[in-house]
Every structure is written in structure tokens, then in C-alpha cells.
Design a protein. Sequence first.
Length: 156
Amino acid sequence: MAIHVVLVHPEIHWNTGNAGRTCLAAGATLHLVEPLGFSLDERQVRRAGLDYWEHVNLKVWPDWPTLEAVLPSLGEAYFFSTKATRMFWDAPLGAPADVVLVFGRETAGLAGDIHEKYRDRFVTMPILSPHVRSLNLSTSVGVALYEVLRQRARTP
């Protein structure tokens, strides 16, 4: 039962490095969809991933259509957005199937056409304060990944 994390056009190298470290810890594959807001050769990405970055199962895609073409073969996709109404813990993330967790870029999330096409696959995380617009990308990746592991641990 594979877990895939997709970051579509990530902009901040620290978030990507932290997400990579969390993917490694959880046994997940990290997929990055270009364009990226940084270079993967930057020292900061490796530093954010500490000495684990070279061990991250990383796949880089040239654009969203290229990844989208293989998305069904990767598993059941769930898209994360503050605009969704379904809570992520109500989705069967740990179901006995491969799962793909898709996140948008830090400043704008996922594109409108992705929202439209996959509207029934969108989930959100609770944000109780009116002063917070969204959670940090790497925090969201960690919360979602460990919800998958929690659900799988409870599945007989």
C-alpha cells in the first residue's frame, strides 16, 4: 500500500525539504511538479531535509498534465484545500489501496481547473481561528501522512 505526496509548484525550499524528510519517515514517495520556486540543487533544500535528502524517494515531473496522466496508476487521489468542505479524517485515506495526497503551492494552492475537475476528491483540515488563512505546507503534509498511517493501523 504505497503512499504518494504530490507538491504542485512548491515555492519555498524549506517546506519541500521538510516534506521530503516527513515522506522518508513515513515511507512515502515525494512527487514535485515543476515549475518549482527554487532549485533542487540549493543547499537549503538539502539542509532542510538534513542528511536524509539523498534517501528521499523523489520524482520530479515537468508539469501537471504529465503527472496527471499517470495519477490513476499511482492510487486514490485526495486533493487538499482550505476551500474544501469535507474533513480529511472523513476520507478513507488509509483504505486498502495506494493513496496520493496532492497539495498546491504555498501562496495560491491548487489551480481552479484542478478544483473543478476533482471537486469530489477535495478535503480540508480544520482551522478554528479566523486569523489563520491556511496551515504551513510542510505541516499539512505531515498531518495528512500521519492520518494515512493512523487509519491504516486501525484497519484489520
